[in-house]
Design a protein around this ligand. Sequence first.
Ligand SMILES: CC(C)(COP(=O)(O)OP(=O)(O)OC[C@H]1O[C@@H](n2cnc3c(N)ncnc32)[C@H](O)[C@@H]1OP(=O)(O)O)[C@@H](O)C(=O)NCCC(=O)NCCS
Length: 182
Amino acid sequence: MLTAHALIRIRRIGPDDGPVLRDLRLRSLAESPEAFGQQVDDAATQSDAEWAAAARVASQGERRAWFIAEAVGGAAGLPRTLGLVLGRRRPPDTLMIFSMWVDPAARRTGLGARLIATAETWARTWGGRSSVLWVFAGNEPAIRFYDRIGFSVHSDGEDARTGAAYGALAMSRSIGPAGSAG
Ligand SMILES: CC(C)(COP(=O)(O)OP(=O)(O)OC[C@H]1O[C@@H](n2cnc3c(N)ncnc32)[C@H](O)[C@@H]1OP(=O)(O)O)[C@@H](O)C(=O)NCCC(=O)NCCS
């Protein structure tokens, strides 16, 4: 279990973080296979070069950014990396959120909310005004999580139709000014 003294920082992925990305993605797909559209066996076939490229392109610029949560300061018993999320810009001003995952050892400590807030801080740099994601309709814990942090379900519109085709709900929240709760 997470200790109160565990320091967790969230940072944008670096250009050399291909192995870190691979490890986190494979852990998330293995731990929560029902939450994502990709299978762990499929992801495991990606080459090191592909993971390296994925990390590199997401390490700078406005198109996409992975954010990674890490334990710092020697939190006993915790994995060093604890969660991740991918943000992608849909021009002009929408942040698309994908691949959200928090290690079970760090859940219900506010880390998921922090990961989304960090992606939104990045989105503000390019004028992001709303966050949109898809969540499988049967993933009730995640739906409750998004609902709790201010996302609401879209019942119509293009995103709702896109999600429905995959049995997923589209959810969104507006990105408030810096310093707001979201
Ligand atoms: C969904 C997920 C990212 C939430 O991460 P987290 O770090 O535990 O979330 P937080 O601690 O920031 O939760 C904030 C609030 O959301 C709500 N919440 C979070 N998880 C919840 C759950 N399992 N059941 C009910 N409410 C939940 C709570 O109100 C919580 O606040 P509280 O603990 O003070 O009551 C995490 O459970 C996870 O990785 N799940 C598996 C992968 C997944 O489903 N990803 C989403 C794909 S769309």
